[in-house]
Design a protein around this ligand. Structure first.
Ligand code: ADP
Ligand code: MG
Length: 397
């Protein structure tokens, strides 16, 4: 789960990290009141969407003006004008995809005098099963680009959880960032704060880009992007409360209500499969036959007819879906349950695209019988290869 920049900053502030003064606003009146409260003479008006690259992004609507999603303002009037231009508009950045994301809230914060822009991130390094620090002097830029063009400018190391974090790690970051004197001390303190927050809140990623040095020599967290481990959210009630459902794919949101493992993708073939491994194999074989999967979906082992029905409805609600492949190996999941779920869903929402069904395993004969007696226009498949071939052919016709 991801959260907004303003939420991430508020969280880091609780842990003692240096962040600018600011608050989220939902309309121009709130923005004006807050702008008068903040010291000025520089304000920063920041679109809150769950994607990076906002500064260099552009709005789809002409009324939003030519500038990006992060704008400097030199007066209260300018703040208000920019908030009016950006709120409700669609911001496209290199991380949103071409559809962009609608800006529902703005973060208004005090402007900083920036001397240097640096990069600092913490993430879970799956290879070593440790938390890894990534630091670079090239802040404010796309870190993937830095990694590609000048990999020597990125310093990375992991922390041994047995011995934990020490000042030495903080000094190592400070050295990588080219900090000296009092800034080293500030950096050691900040590294401790970030590590503590990361561990305690079950973060998966914490990216500060940029971490700045102000003209006055102070380190400051100017942008913060935080992602949490979904599997740990059950014990992070305060983090769960920060969830912004408008940022999530509506299909994925619906699927999460029914405890379905669904991930929306860009292709044209909807997949309903049981078991994550089989779901991956099904996506692979669709690609092998020259098409693209529209989703990953594992309906799970003990799914009910209702759950299967909901899964089918979610797949058919995707306008990109030109065909559906159901691929079930009945183990704990019984083929007759799947068959009943499909029929119930089709009765409710109709079937406007070709449907290929491959059933195997527990109660397969009963499952096949239910489908064939339903009168549904289903293309039966014998095995995985046959199923993939048939659905791709049906879609490409
Ligand atoms: P994004 O990474 O989504 O583009 P950032 O928050 O990193 O958004 O902002 C982009 C750039 O805007 C920063 O690299 C920085 O130069 C400038 N900026 C952001 N916040 C402030 C601020 N409070 N004061 C001054 N400049 C800022
Ligand atoms: Mg940034």
């Amino acid at each position: 789960m991801n959260i907004h920049e303003y939420q991430a900053k508020a969280l880091l502030k609780e842990y003692g990290a240096p962040v600018s003064e600011g608050r989220p606003v939902l309309n121009a009146a709130e923005a004006e009141a807050l702008a008068r409260e903040l010291p000025g003479p520089l304000w920063v008006v920041k679109s809150q969407i769950h994607a990076g690259g906002r500064g260099k992004g552009r709005f789809k609507e002409a009324e939003a003006g030519e500038k990006g999603g992060v704008r400097l303002a030199k007066s209260v009037e300018e703040v208000v004008a920019n908030v009016n231009q950006m709120l409700g508009k669609t911001l496209v950045t290199h991380q949103t995809g071409p559809a962009g994301k609608q800006v529902g809230r703005i973060y208004l914060e005090d402007g900083s005098d920036i001397a240097r822009e640096l990069y600092l991130a913490l993430l879970v390094d799956r290879g070593s099963s440790r938390i890894s620090f990534v630091a670079s002097t090239e802040g404010g830029m796309d870190i993937e680009e830095v990694a590609h063009a000048t990999p020597e400018k990125i310093v990375s190391f992991t922390v041994d959880p047995a011995s934990g974090l020490s000042d030495w790690h903080g000094r190592r970051v400070a050295f990588a960032l080219g900090l000296t004197g009092d800034q080293v001390k500030q950096c050691v303190a900040l590294v401790k704060i970030l590590y503590k927050a990361f561990v305690e809140k079950d973060m998966e990623m914490l990216e500060i880009n940029p971490l700045i040095v102000t003209e006055q020599g102070q380190l400051k967290v100017l942008d913060a992007k935080v992602g949490f481990d979904n599997n740990a959210l059950y014990r992070q009630k305060d983090i769960m409360a920060l969830r912004d459902e408008t940022e999530e794919d509506p299909k994925e949101l619906e699927a999460s209500k029914y405890d379905l493992n669904y991930i929306a993708l860009d292709g044209e073939i909807g997949c309903m499969v049981n078991g994550a491994g089989l779901a991956m194999a099904t996506m692979d074989i669709i690609k092998l036959y020259g098409a693209e999967p529209a989703n990953f979906l594992d309906v799970g082992g003990g799914a009910t007819k209702e759950k299967v029905t909901e899964a089918f409805k979610i797949i058919t609600s995707d306008p990109n879906v030109k065909g559906i492949l159901v691929n079930i190996f009945g183990g704990i999941m019984r083929c007759d349950i799947i068959a009943e779920g499909i029929i119930a869903a089709v009765k409710e929402v109709g079937l406007k695209v070709p449907l290929v069904v491959r059933l195997e395993g527990t109660n397969v004969e009963l499952g096949k019988k239910i489908i064939s007696e339903s009168g549904l226009d289903v293309i039966a498949a014998d095995d995985l290869r046959d199923g993939a071939e048939k659905i791709v052919k049906a879609v490409k016709q």
